[in-house]
Design a protein around this ligand. Structure first.
Ligand code: LMR
Length: 401
């Protein structure tokens, strides 16, 4: 029956974890998938998450089905985290929101909703480069995927002129995917002034902004600052789509906790959108999982836990920043590795887009047992005091060839 099925390639990101697992060398390092590791290279369960879990378990909760759109308390608090309590559409009751299977699930619900209900041409513009999974998520949902310039190789920075030109040239009403903060894979975000310009172009060209906010808190260590782009667009009167993930900022990776929201014109429109979101979700997976949403909601709704969580997010962001400093110093100053490495310090969030080439990443995997995606992205969180010197020396050797 499956004689005609051809073997597909491994996933560009999760496939790296498989290769890492198969490697038996004790020096091996996984810098592929964006999952936080502590100073000892171990997965990190946030203390606020442990406390929230105790509170949830102590309440002896049932295991009933959640409604199709998930735990209402959780989605209410997730919306507050993203939009802020001063948000006009929230105050008016015009935000339609559903729990989702983390960020990927949120994007998929959003793409499916747009494919079915967006009244204009179903074309979506993604930054080049973008998170690898964005492309198949939108394609598999039936949208036409195009790119807008984002990364400038020469400056290892934002190609702001290219970005503006491409959005100006996009057809009216095209959908544009924007990384709200901590752009994946480049670690380069627009400044607040640049976001304001992007918002103006989006308005002038009647583009539809779809924000992916997978790293709220991870860019600056501050959840409000990281929500700037989303809140600015809302303040400018845009209607937006928003995908939220709690995988990174609460370390709830495998719990799959996220949310998808759409701002509607008014509560009546919101109610109609709500009904159609349910119709999209029900045949996909019926209703979302309970446990992670209860944990996230307990953190978001308990003031002491919320404060503790915010400081833990900052702690993760700060450890990554200290690794950036150390790696930069090793490559630029100690080893004098050919090239300019300032971008390692200036990039933000979970990743550094190192500039290493695909052949160099291959050499690093084969010779040094160091794994990263072939576009040269490294998850900074995979570095720690015990492996950073070995990593820097291996990069130095790979660059010198
Ligand atoms: C990543 O980019 O590494 C993360 O978002 C994890 C994933 O699912 O790809």
């Amino acid at each position: 029956t499956w004689a005609a099925v051809v073997a597909g390639p491994p996933d560009p990101i999760l496939g790296v974890s498989e290769a890492f697992k198969a490697d038996k060398d004790p020096r091996k390092i996984n810098l592929g998938v964006g999952a936080y590791r502590d100073g000892n290279g171990k997965p990190y369960v946030l203390p606020s998450v442990k406390k929230a879990e105790e509170i949830v378990d102590g309440s002896k909760p049932d295991k009933e089905y959640l409604p199709i759109t998930g735990l209402a308390e959780f989605t209410k608090n997730a919306a507050l985290l993203a939009y802020g309590s001063e948000s006009e559409p929230l105050k008016q009751g015009a935000v339609s929101i559903t729990q989702s299977i983390s960020g990927t699930g949120a994007l998929r619900i959003g793409a499916a909703f747009l494919a079915r209900h967006y009244p204009h041409a179903k074309v979506v513009y993604l930054p080049v480069p973008t998170w690898g999974n964005h492309i198949p998520i939108f394609q598999d949902s039936g949208l036409e995927v195009r790119g807008y310039r984002y990364f400038k190789k020469e400056t290892v920075g934002l190609d702001f002129e290219g970005l503006k030109a491409d959005l100006q040239a996009a057809p009216e009403h095209a959908i544009v995917l924007l990384h709200a903060c901590a752009h994946n894979p480049t670690g380069i975000d627009p400044t607040e002034a640049q976001w304001a310009e992007i918002s103006d172009i989006v308005k002038e060209k009647k583009l539809f902004p779809f924000f992916d906010m997978a790293y709220q808190g991870f860019a600056s260590g501050n959840t409000v600052k990281d929500a700037f782009a989303v809140r600015h667009f809302i303040s400018q009167g845009h209607q937006i789509a928003l995908s939220q993930s709690f995988a990174k900022n609460m370390g709830l990776y495998g719990e799959r906790v996220g949310a998808f929201s759409l701002t509607a014109a008014d509560p009546e429109e919101k109610a109609r959108v709500d009904s159609q979101l349910k119709i999209i979700i029900r045949p996909m997976y019926s209703n979302p999982p309970l446990h992670g949403a209860r944990i996230a909601n307990t953190i978001l709704s308990t003031p002491e836990l919320y404060t503790q969580w915010e400081s833990e997010v900052k702690g993760m962001a700060d450890r990554i920043i200290s690794m950036r400093e150390k790696l930069y110093n090793s490559l630029q100053n100690d080893l004098k590795t050919p090239g300019e490495w300032g971008h390692i310090k200036s990039q933000i969030g979970m990743f550094s887009f190192t500039g290493l080439t695909a052949p160099q990443t291959k050499v690093l995997a084969e010779k040094a047992h160091i794994y990263m995606t072939s576009n040269g992205r490294i998850s900074m969180a995979g570095l720690n005091a015990s492996n950073i010197d070995y990593f820097a020396e291996s990069v130095d050797a790979a660059v010198r060839g």
